[in-house]
Ligand binder design. Structure first.
Ligand code: NAP
Length: 301
């Protein structure tokens, strides 16, 4: 099976590259904006692809004719989306429309990654059929991206995910696990919200969910996240416990106290039964995920 991944320089994109390179029955076309930042340049083909450029999408798909496209590229910085709404629309909505159109033209199955931020977060964990009600511009843009896929794409899967963490050798962005670990290791006090709840997702598990969806080409929406529901405070506490760091540096805060430009849904997290039953998806526990992060950090040294 030939799979084309967009945004291959990102966290999920690099984990998908790791995974697909190991599969004997997968031919991977990794694509990203500009230079390839994956460290080992073999067992896949790389093409530069800016998904906001319709013509480039058409040309790359015509050249490689993949069976499946996995769209991991997005504007993922929630606060940046709040201030740069035009840039956010361009990537999270317009570019998705281009991908849908060209996937239809070339009869390609599109796997599109979405988010728990399409919900308002009044309760959780939630099922796939919960009614969306975004409270941030990022969430709204991702919902509109979903709608483009659902309403116009001929063959599609949407995988929604939650708070993704993991290590890649060239990280353009950090994540909550690495942020907490780094700050606590440096003896810094950190303020962490106890009123936001999630099912944090190891990037490797999400990549596996993508591969399972590519193999099954199941139409529909699937929740793909970790299985342990916890507050962000608990998450950071568990990070401190795992690496034996000073827990007295962790201070409880409320979302209001943190003062971020974009609102975050208080309670999300996902019920995974559909992905378990239909895709055979089974994520690791949070601590098993931290062990993987730990091993990878050691191998980077
Ligand atoms: N991370 C989370 O906590 C989280 C939670 C829920 C859902 N999601 C969703 O999961 C997906 C993957 O997220 P991630 O964590 O892997 O994010 P990420 O690390 O920020 O990766 C996104 C990638 O998209 C690339 N990109 C940006 N503009 C592009 C363009 N015009 N053409 C091609 N590539 C472009 C970025 O390139 P540069 O590196 O060059 O900027 C980046 O590498 C996204 O759809 C996101 O909305 C993520």
């Amino acid at each position: 099976m030939k799979i084309l991944v967009t945004g291959s320089n990102g966290l999920l994109g690099q984990k998908l590259t790791d995974l697909c390179r190991q599969q004997i029955d997968v031919e991977l076309i990794a694509t990203a904006r500009g230079e390839d930042r994956y460290p080992e340049k073999n067992k896949y083909v790389y093409e530069s692809l800016d998904i906001s450029n319709h013509e480039e999408i058409k040309n790359v798909l015509a050249k490689h004719k993949p069976e499946v496209v996995i769209n991991t590229a997005a504007m993922t910085n929630v606060d940046a989306c709040e201030s740069d709404r035009e840039g956010c629309d361009k990537l999270n909505i317009e570019a998705v429309n281009f991908l849908v159109e060209e996937c239809n033209n070339f009869k390609i199955h599109l796997i599109h990654i979405s988010t728990d931020f399409i919900f308002d977060g009044t309760h959780g964990p939630v099922l796939e059929n919960e009614i969306p009600n975004p409270i941030s511009y990022y969430g709204l843009s991702k919902l509109k991206g979903e709608e483009a896929v659902i309403n116009k794409c001929n063959s599609w899967t949407i995988l929604r995910t939650v708070l993704v963490y993991g290590v890649v050798s060239d990280m353009s962005r950090s994540n909550i696990v690495l942020w907490a670990k780094n700050n606590l290791e440096q003896g810094k006090n950190i303020h962490v919200v106890s009123d936001q709840f999630r099912t944090p997702t190891l990037a490797e598990d999400l990549a596996l969910g993508c591969l399972l969806a590519a193999q099954k080409k199941s139409n529909g929406i699937f929740n793909i996240s970790g299985k342990n529901f916890m507050s962000i405070f608990d998450l950071v506490y568990r990070v401190a416990e795992f690496w034996k760091l000073d827990k007295s540096l962790i201070h409880i805060s409320s979302s209001e106290g943190i003062n971020q430009p974009a609102k975050r849904p208080p309670i999300t997290g996902f019920i995974l039964d559909k992905a378990r039953n239909e895709l055979g998806y089974e994520p690791r526990s949070f601590e098993a995920g931290l062990k993987i992060v730990d091993d990878q950090l050691k191998s980077l040294k």
